[in-house]
Design a protein around this ligand. Structure first.
Ligand code: HEC
Length: 137
């Protein structure tokens, strides 16, 4: 019985975290405490990084550039896509914070829209792992 209730409590706690995350996402806040707490559930493997690179090339390259340095050829006029290979992360540098920007978009102006309807969460984590692999170099 003791075991069972512990499991139940952690399940409840987990769903609370999920709900809070959704609520914060709706406000479009990047760099939030929720993003800081979020753990990357996808281990950074060669497969994950390769899948992330493919998704980046398909979805992000035209604004952020093939090398992710923020010089994409087709960024809308007047926008400044961030360099994703440097140490500057305006909206937070943890995996969870980067995940939230990709999922929900880059507020408050949203020159970059969120990818929630275009990519699954594991796909977004793959992109986070890919971006991390660029930092290491
Ligand atoms: C329409 C152009 C566009 C596309 C497409 C786009 N972005 Fe962005 N992105 C931007 C702009 C512009 C900013 C900076 C917004 C600002 O600072 O106001 C940004 C910011 C970011 C940031 C925040 C950087 C920081 O310093 O905090 C991340 C992370 C990011 N983009 C990742 C991605 C990924 C990954 C994709 C593809 C899934 C993507 N972006 C697609 C335009 C784009």
């Amino acid at each position: 019985m003791r075991r069972f209730s512990t499991a139940l409590i952690s399940a409840l706690a987990l769903s609370c975290v999920a709900l809070t995350t959704v609520a914060a996402g709706a406000q479009g806040l990047g760099g939030s405490p929720d993003g800081k707490k979020m753990k990357n559930p996808v281990a950074s493997s060669a497969e994950s990084i390769a899948a992330g690179k493919a998704a980046f090339t398909k979805n992000c390259r035209f604004c952020h550039g093939a090398d992710a340095k923020g010089n994409g050829p087709m960024a809308p006029e007047g926008t400044k896509p961030s360099n994703l290979t440097d140490a500057t992360w305006d909206r937070g540098s943890t995996d969870g914070e980067i995940f939230m920007v990709i999922r929900d978009g880059a507020g408050p102006k949203f020159d970059m829209k969120g990818y929630k309807s275009k990519m699954t969460e594991p796909e977004i984590w793959n992109v986070v792992n890919f971006l991390r692999s660029l930092q290491a170099k």
